[in-house]
Write a protein that binds this ligand. Structure first.
Ligand code: ADP
Length: 288
């Protein structure tokens, strides 16, 4: 790892000595490090089991967020893949700071502006990853078919393969997918979303400034992002108020919220196992 790190730093033009290297805990997929050279500080992610495009997709997502000029993301220094070792490495700005009273208001405000970045269709030019699972994109002008085919169906097929979606669960999910247009709006505006916004995927930088990390971006009905933030919690009321001051949520958002949380629960069921099964079944039971 140290050897690959030195090679990466060299490619970035930093040949100064490494003064400090520390493992950072908290992520669920990659190894993470704080590195300080004589020249500067870095946050580094490394992975020895990913496909060569894994960090490329993360960089693309962060760049798309950055180009929207609505939210803050860490500066990307470089991304490298070492063929022989089959290892990937991503080097970016080290973000550190303390929350201020304004931090979450700031985040709510910026998130609303991000969601006001729109496109003509749902999806993205390229596929990416949600955690370590591939997330299929492409474009579709119809939100219902996008959510059904590119989100729920992909997880349904994976769940069948991994034997996590069987029996009644499978039957109900198929029925829900066939009747999706009953609950989802036909033509919402396609909004740019972070795509994986749980409380571990944002950081506080200097002066309480919020930063988004680890995205799974695409253009979607923006309510899906809010629904996911509410699934595992960790975001304060202040954030939602700031969000709604710019982009109010309609009352019937509450009726759709579990349907949007379902995608994330299916992903987690497929990734981490039956611990998520009961929550999936509860949602299926509510609609079918
Ligand atoms: P993973 O891709 O494995 O989920 P994360 O991107 O979530 O990894 O990062 C792992 C840990 O490192 C988290 O605790 C996160 O808070 C922290 N972290 C991520 N990016 C930075 C950064 N640019 N600066 C400082 N800490 C970071």
């Amino acid at each position: 790892m140290r050897n690959l790190l030195t090679q990466s730093l060299k490619q970035l033009g930093d040949t100064s000595s490494i003064i400090h290297l520390q493992t950072i805990h908290g992520g669920c997929i990659n190894q993470a490090y704080y590195v300080q050279t004589e020249k500067r500080e870095y946050f580094i992610k490394a992975n020895e089991k990913v496909s060569p495009d894994f960090f490329k997709k993360e960089v693309t997502g962060l760049r798309i967020l950055q180009q929207s000029r609505t939210v803050n993301v860490p500066e990307i220094f470089g991304e490298f893949y070492f063929e022989q070792e089959q290892a990937a490495m991503l080097l970016m700005e080290w973000i550190q700071g303390d929350k201020s009273e304004k931090t979450e208001v700031w985040l709510g405000h910026q998130l609303a502006l991000l969601h006001q970045t729109t496109e003509k269709a749902f999806g993205l030019d390229e596929d990416n990853y949600l955690g370590s699972l591939p997330q299929i994109n492409g474009w579709d002008t119809n939100w219902v078919s996008f959510y059904r085919d590119k989100r729920l169906k992909v997880q349904l097929e994976l769940g069948i393969q991994r034997k996590r979606i069987t029996g009644q669960r499978l039957k109900k999910l198929e029925k829900l997918m066939a009747n999706l247009s009953q609950w989802l709006p036909k033509n919402p505006s396609p909004s740019l979303i972070h795509g994986d916004l749980w409380s571990g995927n944002w950081l506080v930088g200097p002066h309480g400034k919020p930063y988004l990390i680890d995205p799974a971006v695409y253009y979607a009905h923006h309510e899906i992002e809010l629904a996911f933030t509410e699934l595992y919690g960790g975001f304060s009321e202040r954030l939602y108020q700031a969000y709604q001051n710019i982009q109010p949520l309609p009352l019937d958002y509450q009726d759709r919220k579990p349907l949007y949380q379902l995608y994330y629960l299916l992903v987690h069921l497929n990734l981490f196992g039956e611990g998520y099964g009961q929550s999936v079944d509860q949602i299926l039971h509510r609609y079918v």
